[in-house]
Design a protein around this ligand. Structure first.
Ligand code: FAD
Length: 451
């Protein structure tokens, strides 16, 4: 069997490229014993079965863009990285359904859908590196959730290798299937703790029409949520992205990316939004009208509607300055909390005030996909010894608020101590029972999500 195995050198060096030792979270754990990059489900199954027999612990890796440390291996681990399983196996261009291996990158999937006359709507800044199996295992969201939902809405079926090496092929391609419990929902969002996703069937969407992008300056946070409500009412499903950013986020991104400032008007909050019509339909007049109303109502202080796609992309570059920001503020802590809109202002005001009082030297940025309740906080640089205190401040604001500590990145290792903040003891007990039922020996991704 050629499982593409890179064995450690006898000299004591690992022989494993350091890029397989960490993800984007900055977490470092240890030196794995061996790295496998299999090419087929059968190879994955053979490696997993052998590990389960001899007691080895497996770390599953996709594109290593995760922000929760779930793909970071520990000393002695067996790493299975799916990057060689990247085939687009089949596209049904009649119905808009694609079957892929789990190691295909998100961008590969998007381009293959486009080539077949369809559209794959899950989209995020790490699209060139993250894998669709990693996206499913974290239930990734991204910038189009407001219109199309998360990976849970995009995956129709899965093939999974379980901890004992058995393979469950449930590559259904039906939109409806009520023949008992749907296995895909056990594995989407389970962060590699219940099985290794090896293949997926994906639901494609009709190609949308032209997108118009706007950048708006807002005087208040309440105005951001009111604008979102009004735009949803005015534009319906044409509202295809709604990203809010604090002025500090915008200023830092502009400095690091060198992009021209989209609006001269200074404001504490900015919104970047897309409106996308049906093919052939022009949503520009409806967007202009909605923004004029918002200005008349005092929700928006100033706004610019991009004259063309190139200008729209320049507006988006401000929001997508994340990699530069993550590099600039290292060592940092990255949050992806979720809250009801009504709680947004209180959460941000309290968290920002406490973070600023306690860590005045650090930068604290607030932004996110508000349409799907998702608020990102990036805070750094911090001394590692202060990480826990920063976590306590931000997660402390979520107690009892119908919130989540992770709206899209997953729990991994990094957020594990705080799972109880927004999951009840009964929910955590159920997760543990599922883990025990499917992986008695704790072979797959041990220590992720909970101990
Ligand atoms: P990895 O980082 O390799 O792994 C993530 C977890 O999934 C680990 O627990 C790993 O063990 C498990 N895993 C990976 N592959 C499999 C598999 N085949 N079977 C079972 N388990 C597996 N996320 C969002 O949701 N929305 C965003 O908008 C977003 N923007 C980002 C922007 C940037 C610049 C960066 C760096 C990250 C961003 N992320 C975002 C986070 C990250 O891209 C996602 O979590 C992504 O889904 C991870 O995919 P991956 O292939 O890189 O997985």
């Amino acid at each position: 069997m050629d499982a593409g195995t890179d064995k450690p050198a006898a000299s004591g060096e690992t022989g494993i490229d350091p890029r397989y030792l960490h993800d984007w979270s900055g977490l470092e754990r240890g030196t794995p014993r061996v790295l496998h990059r299999p090419r087929s489900t059968e190879e994955v199954a053979a490696i997993v079965a052998a590990c389960d027999r001899d007691g080895s612990k497996i770390t599953v890796q996709g594109g290593l863009t995760g922000l929760a440390g779930g793909a970071v291996p520990a000393d002695g681990d067996v790493v299975i990285n799916l990057e060689r399983m990247n085939a687009i196996e089949h596209v049904d261009s009649l119905e808009g359904i694609m079957q892929v291996q789990a190691g295909a990158t998100l961008q590969q999937v998007q381009l293959a859908a486009e080539a077949a006359g369809w559209y794959f709507p899950v989209d995020l800044g790490a699209r060139g590196s993250c894998q669709v199996g990693g996206n499913a295992s974290t239930n990734a969201g991204g910038i189009r959730v407001i219109r199309y939902g998360t990976m849970r809405d995009a995956v129709l079926g899965l093939e999974v290798v379980l901890a004992d090496g058995s393979v469950v092929t449930s590559l259904t391609r039906l939109v409806k299937n009520s023949a008992g419990l749907d296995p895909r929902f056990l594995f989407i969002g389970s962060e590699g703790t219940l099985g290794i996703i090896t293949r997926l069937t994906l639901r494609l969407q009709p190609k949308p029409g032209d997108t118009v992008t706007a950048f708006a300056a807002l005087p208040s946070l309440d105005g951001v949520t009111s604008l979102l409500r009004d735009l949803r009412r005015a534009l319906g499903p044409s509202l295809s992205a709604f990203e809010f950013m604090s002025t500090r986020f915008v200023d830092l991104s502009l400095r690091l990316t060198g992009v021209a400032r989209p609006l001269e008007t200074a404001a504490p909050w900015y919104v970047l939004l897309d409106a996308t019509g049906a093919p052939g339909a022009d949503v520009t007049p409806a967007l202009h009208q909605a923004l004029e109303h918002a200005m008349a109502d005092g929700l928006v202080a100033d706004c610019a509607v991009a004259a063309n796609g190139a200008q729209g992309q320049r507006f988006w570059r401000v929001r997508e300055g994340i990699p530069e920001i993550l590099t600039e503020l290292k060592p940092l802590i990255n949050f992806d909390v979720g809250l009801p809109w009504v709680e947004t202002r209180g959460f941000i005001e309290r968290a920002e005030a406490t973070l600023t009082a306690r860590f005045p030297e650090a930068t604290h940025l607030f932004f996110g996909h508000l349409g799907d309740n998702n608020i990102h906080v990036v805070s750094g640089p911090h001394r590692p010894v202060d990480f826990h205190a920063v976590d306590e401040i931000v997660y402390g604001e979520l107690h009892g608020r119908r919130a989540t500590i992770s709206a899209e990145h997953g729990i991994g290792f990094i957020k594990k101590p705080f799972l109880h903040v927004t999951r009840s003891p009964e929910e955590i007990a159920l997760l543990r029972r599922l883990k025990t039922a499917l992986d008695l020996n704790a072979t797959l991704n041990p220590g992720r999500v909970f101990d």
